[in-house]
Design a protein around this ligand. Sequence first.
Ligand code: BGC
Length: 766
Amino acid sequence: MKMNQQPLNISFLVLLAASFFMTSCDTADRTHVTDTRVTRSSDSPVRFTELRHPEKVDSVLALMTMEEKVGQLNLLSSGFAETGPVLSEEYRDMIFESKLGGVFNAHTVEHTLDLQRIAVEETRLGIPLLFAFDVIHGHRTIFPVPLAESATWDPELIRKASRIAAKEASAAGLHWTFTPMIDISPDPRWGRIVESQGEDPLLNARFGVARIEGFQGDDLYDVTTILATAKHFAAYGVPEAGRDYNTVDISERTLREFHLPPFKAAVEADVRTFMTAFNEYDGVPATGSDFLFNRILRDEWGFDGFVVTDYTAIMEMMPHGYARDEAHAAELSINANVDMDMMSQIFLNELPGLVDQGIVHEEQVDMAVARILDMKFELGLFDDPYRYSDYDREAETIMREDFLEFALEVAQKSIVLLKNEEQALPLSKDAGHIAVIGPLGDNQYDLLGSWSAAGEWSDNVTLLQGIRNAVPENVRVSHADGAPLDLHDDSRAGFEEALRLARQADVVIMALGEGRHMSGEAASRTTLNLPGAQQDLLEAVHATGTPVVLVLMAGRPLDIRWADEHIPAIVNAWYLGTRSGDAIASVLFGDHNPGGKLTISWPYNVGQIPNYYYAKKTGRPMDPDQRYTSKFIDAPNAPLYPFGYGLSYTTYEYDNLQLSETGISNEGRLSVSVDVTNTGDVTGDEIIQLYTRKMVASVTRPVRQLRDFTRITLEPGETRTVVFELDAAQLYYLDQQLEPVLESGTVMVYVGPNVAETLEASFEVR
Ligand code: BGC
């Protein structure tokens, strides 16, 4: 039933009230935090978090019926048609009926304007909708996938990339993105490793904060900024066997020491929303977890934004065997102070009854609604619900030339050179005939990677095109797919043509890897092999004797033991987005000197997983000559390439590691300095990494922990002294009671180009 016959006077009343408050507030007030005026009863599970616009929120809340309130807690998805996003008739009617607080996957000014008009002009209260989208690595201008972006080790660069994504997304009518994903992921079998910043907590924290700052800016009232979401809370990155959505079973110590720090950093960076995780933690599905959301997020960290569930995650508490029925699921979730229901519609259907029966406190519902309205005020939607929907701004902003140039820079800096024997790279641009062989050689579609928002594959520059753009016209650049890009198709029908070109060519560039949907959500694998017949193709092309350069494109590290032994040059190009081909070509021909480094330990084979660098030592450390030590009998312990690894066309020397102190108190600090020299012939970027190890503690410590890093540019022959400030506070760990401590004893300090090649020194904590 539509309610568009309702008089609009109440709607105007609210907008008038809102604008009264708005005019009586200056800009400073918009970020001023005061207590909400919702009253608190003694036995309430409600976490009465602070609101930024308490009077304004209350002025709206006071007018709302219970049905209108639960409507605000309901988030549903737009669908997609040939012509762009469309909302189903059923969901559209729900806007008329005030049963939706927001819509996700809705974008473009045309679509959002259409839906916003219904919410504002055709409902009793006229409360504007929130429009959300997974803008994960660019909106329409697509940047490298997050795992690739993290290989830049340059959070400032990614802050700027996120600003660009925010400008495009906000110009397309959006208010909210479901990013950053800051789940720690030490398991390349898990497809969503592509969305992470790898295995390290510090990197995930720094990049997470950079993305939040990029999207949210300094002031959410600015129409070029949008809400960010820290997701997925918590421990989603360590499902058993790497199988997506599977059970997570880690200790509270591991949770707190490794998985929570990026989320705490997100709260400190003022992220405005959190998303629940699909998995359980310690026997409780995250979406109904009092421990995660009430105790940690609200009580310990004081998070005052709103929490959205992941897709149908409230409903999923039933198959988990945790909620008896939908009403129980609603109760568990709302009482965990989870505020918005994505797709289950369980809050909408169940909360009014639960409040009537006294099972859920009305204040709990009010608090959830208040947090969501607060963000709508914060974004200025009560001032002008259409302020994000401006056709001119959309046309001027999307795919701006400078955005595309910046996407090229990020793509170049994300590339990791894994191997370069006898300076096989860079190639000469006059290489007579270059054959580009492999299913990713002339492939626009897969370059988008997992989650591509409004990205269009037809915008992407393929590797073949990038090479053609880079070389003189007289150079022949040929191409053959050679093999299909399919996990289940090992057809060799294309081999003959590929081998014919390989024999004719002066050099072969092999573009192999995974299709974009082989990583990402619900894309776990039990092997890391090159899919289909690609390994055989690589070996056959290599056997022709023509020099081969391997360019890998994938959302995870692959098992490339054979290639590492036989192919002289390997470039890891992930999925680099819109400007992929130009970026890769610039590295192949030396127009850009690669400087990216791995943020994951690249496994030797799948059986080693998990094989993250911050492992512990064991009582029987590996000794190749002793059988009864901790090792494999058929593979090394070490990964194929260590965490932090990546080559360059120049070389660097590390020297003169100095600590400013020989001992500090557990509240002290010291400086760590090292001289880094570019000893080669070309300018390059080097990523300098600082690790520590507490040798003995009341709880055993990892063999290395990343404490700081920096990316610098060095001219040939240039030496720079790099100084890191190391604060004792960074070195704290949890004692047996899970209390933070730093006990006396020796701390080793390691500085180097990757975790496995470092200079070392030590100091004492006294
Ligand atoms: C994913 C989330 C995503 C949501 C909305 C879910 O399946 O787990 O990361 O934000 O869908 O698209």
